[in-house]
Each structure stands twice: as C-alpha cells, then as structure tokens.
Write a protein that binds this ligand. Sequence first.
Ligand code: RAM
Length: 330
Amino acid sequence: MNNLRKLAVAVALSAAAMVALPANAETRIALVVKTLGNGFFDAAAKGAEEAAAELEHVSIIYTGPTSATAEGQIEIINALIAQNVDAIAISANDPDALVPVLQKAMDRGIAVISWDSGVAPEGRQLHLNPSDTALIGETIIKLAADFLPDGGDVAILSASSTAANQNSWIAAAEDILPSKYPNINLVATVYGDDDSVKSTDEAKGLIASYPDLKAIIAPTTVGVVAAAQVVTDMGLIGQINVTGLALPSEFKQFIDNGASQAVALWNPIDLGYSAVYLANALAEGAVAEPGATLSIGKVGEITLDDNNSAAMAAPFQFDASNIEEFAKIY
Ligand code: RAM
C-alpha cells in the first residue's frame, strides 16, 4: 500500500474507529499465461506491471506452465486459490477444461477474467479480445493473399489445437476464404503447440507434404518464428512466404532477410495493461454484465457484449517500412 492510501485508511479508521483493517490491503492479481518463455506474454506482463504501478495498490503474480496445457494451468490456479489471490486474469490453453477450477476460484470470491485466449462464459466474468475476431481472421488470410496475386496453396501452422483464440481466428479465416479469396487453397492446418521444436517439425512436415506450398500462415508469435527459420534454413526464401501474427522484436530478422513480406499483431503491452485494469475493477466490486462499460486506464474503455466479452483495437501490419520502429517497443 502506498503512503497516500495508508493515510487515507488511517483517516478513515480514526473517523470510524470500529472499522477493521483488511487483512491484505494489496490487490494481488495473477496474470496466468499459456506458457512461460513466450516473448508475447513477457510483453503483456510488462503492460500488467505498468497498470499495477498506476493503480498503486496492485501487485502482479506473473505465472504459467512450461508447456501450453490445460493441466498445467489447472495446477497453477489451484495454487492461486490456496494463496487466496484477489483476481485471476488468464490466457487459457482450453476454453472448457479450465471451467471447473475457475468456477471454484469465483466461488471463493476471486475475480476471474480471460484475455487473449478465452474461457467459456461460465468459467469467467468477462473476456478481453485483443481485436475483433472476424477482423483477425481476415487479416491473416489477406497477409498471404496480398503476395499471391495468382493464388495457390497455403497452410496454417497454429498454436495448440485447444487454444480458443487461434481456433476462432482460423474459423473466421475459413469463413471468408471461398467468397473473398477463391484462388487461395488452404491445404492443411497443423499445430505446433507454441513450442519452438514442435512448430519447427510441423513446418518441415508441411513443406514435405505440399510441394506447391506458397505461404505458411502462423497466427502465433512462436509458430511464425519457427516457420520463418525453417524457410530460411531450407533456402526457400522467395518460394514460400511466411506470415501471420508476429512480435516485431522477434520477427524483424525475417522481414529483413525476405522470408516474410509482412505480418500483423496488436500491442501486447496494452493488452496486459488492460487485462489488469479489468481484473482490478472486478476485484473492487465492478459488475461484469452485458452493456457495462469499464475503464482500461490510458487505453480507454470497453463495453461488454452479450457474452460479457469485448475487443480492443484493429491489428497493425508490419513490413520493411515500419518493423524496425515497432521492434524497439515489443
Ligand atoms: C502466441 C500465443 C498467443 C497469441 C499470439 C499471437 O504468443 O499463442 O495466445 O495471441 O501468439
């Protein structure tokens, strides 16, 4: 608790001498991510710390499993319940498998939100999407199509097969393919589990199975780096364009060497920052209900839809003209 708050509590206490000091006046918010060691989540954690510094009474517990599994996250959430944290803000590895343990957390009075990769509505109070799902789906296809005027075979290298965020973006991309990009032929979708080694193997598998492959779309910051490294190492630059969602600081080298023409992403720092504002608001008693407008600090505000979810800004595109500038930020 900062000095100003201490003073405020002291004044309130002397005014109403019977009020007991809360056992823990600090609001502890756990930022639970799909996996540790992922630069995207490290950037989100940086934003979470910025929000905590602004809010002053908040502290962040940044945690996640070593591989992107629901089991690993369930174990972590049970430990957080035992620690009696005030809020859990999770990017989930599975929308359904986490529902029972998150319901247990809510039953104990812990505020629960999902962000980035969602949990089914019954397992959280609200969900924060980085951007509109249909727009992300269209963006990842357009990134490939823009550089394939004559069309051709493309494949998707995703994260884990149970990640709600990637699955919803891929579904949205598949929805618009036939009408908007009829000459783009999506030949396969494979899963690298946001693990570099598995993503590398899956990218190699795609290249071996589809000799006419013209683009690999990886809507994951881990997969896109692995695929671009494979294309580079196999001498396929110019033949296969790697695209998708990439963290500029990790991906700049593959725009520079030509393995990729362009990629996209949103600001992961703002995403983590906003998640903490929302988790804190709920921990302080704000009600998440359709139509509710909640502050996300300097980023603005969100209004919840009928599923108690909301979306932030449109993705940015990064290419040779701007990736250097963004690589310095995230
Ligand atoms: C990976 C994770 C994350 C996703 C980004 C784009 O870091 O799968 O959930 O939002 O990629």
